[in-house]
Design a protein around this ligand. Structure first.
Ligand SMILES: C[S@@+](CC[C@H](N)C(=O)[O-])C[C@H]1O[C@@H](n2cnc3c(N)ncnc32)[C@H](O)[C@@H]1O
Length: 279
């Protein structure tokens, strides 16, 4: 249950919240209210403003404008920068039930049947490994198919954790027990080690989405809860890179709170799950 106590010392009023939210929606493409309750955002914003000793919403907006780090700090307070296996379960069900069967169908006629996925901004690996588990299960009776999952992030430490593939029970909120039993082994230190058959399906590499070239010949890109870090012009640049990275008909999946710009580059496949296809 959310705590309703007002935070003493911050003057931000509920009506002011709309201005901050509107600023974040327009400038950053993040619609926080699509995923978070209003009261939750209001209380977290008050906490952050108190931490940086800014008690006026207009001053806080200018702080975000002048200091890109501050926006990330606010996202940290909202805990947007977390990850877990099968985060937003519906998106992974959509991948399993709609996207993957479509990719398989399209490749049936080809000699080389390779499904190529890119998890861009993969953090500590839960997203690409979730995709690998789904693909492993789906291709169990299709021995002539291969999957190549490239997972990239700017954060080398997160990539090292991803390669280690040891997780805590808290990462498994959305995971069926059967899958945990099948693909993880409980270690002596209470962590769960992912099996090599899934680990070997994912290739991790460091990649800065802003300054590095994209991965190419991709069938589906998952770039979820990453765009929130970027301003609109940077998002534009990345959407262009994703357009180049995808093969014809390739899919792009973004985060629940995120918005796609450049509507001529992609067409919407499922608005609720934020799934798009290269135009
Ligand atoms: C909140 S996590 C998203 C993890 C996963 N995609 C998910 O939705 O659960 C955001 C990730 O984006 C990465 N990131 C931020 N800026 C980046 C950049 N310029 N290039 C590549 N990755 C970046 C961060 O290091 C972080 O691991």
């Amino acid at each position: 249950m959310e705590e309703q106590r007002p935070v003493i010392g911050t003057e931000i009023k509920e009506s002011d919240l709309d201005k901050v939210l509107e600023y974040i929606r327009i400038e950053r493409g993040v619609d926080l209210l699509s995923s978070y309750r209003r009261n939750f955002v209001l209380r977290r914003l008050r906490i952050r403003m108190r931490e940086v000793k800014v008690l006026d919403f207009a001053k806080y907006i200018s702080l975000i404008e002048n200091n890109p780090e501050e926006f990330n700090n606010f996202l940290d307070v909202l805990s947007v920068n977390v990850t877990e296996f099968f985060r937003d379960r519906g998106v992974f069900d959509f991948f399993r039930d709609i996207i993957l069967p479509d990719l398989i169908k399209n490749k049936e006629g080809y000699k080389e049947k390779v499904i190529r996925i890119w998890s861009a901004g993969c953090a500590s690996g839960q997203e690409p490994y979730s995709l690998a588990i789904i693909i492993k299960e789906a291709l169990a009776d299709k021995k002539d198919f291969l999957a190549r999952i490239t997972a990239s992030d700017i954060d080398s430490e997160a990539l090292e954790r991803a390669k280690k593939a040891e997780y805590s029970i808290n990462d498994f909120k959305e995971m069926d027990n059967k899958i945990i039993e099948k693909y993880f082994t409980l270690s002596y230190n209470e962590s769960y080690k992912l099996s090599n058959e899934i680990r070997n399906m994912v290739l991790f590499r460091r990649n800065n989405l802003i300054s590095d070239p994209p991965v190419h010949f991709i069938d589906a890109i998952f770039c979820r809860n990453v765009m929130i870090y970027f301003k609109r012009e940077q998002q534009d640049l990345i959407f262009h890179k994703f357009n180049q990275a995808l093969d014809r008909g390739g899919y792009l999946v973004i985060g629940k709170t995120e918005t796609i710009w450049g509507k001529d580059l992609f067409t919407s496949v499922n608005a609720q799950q934020k799934v798009y296809q290269k135009s």
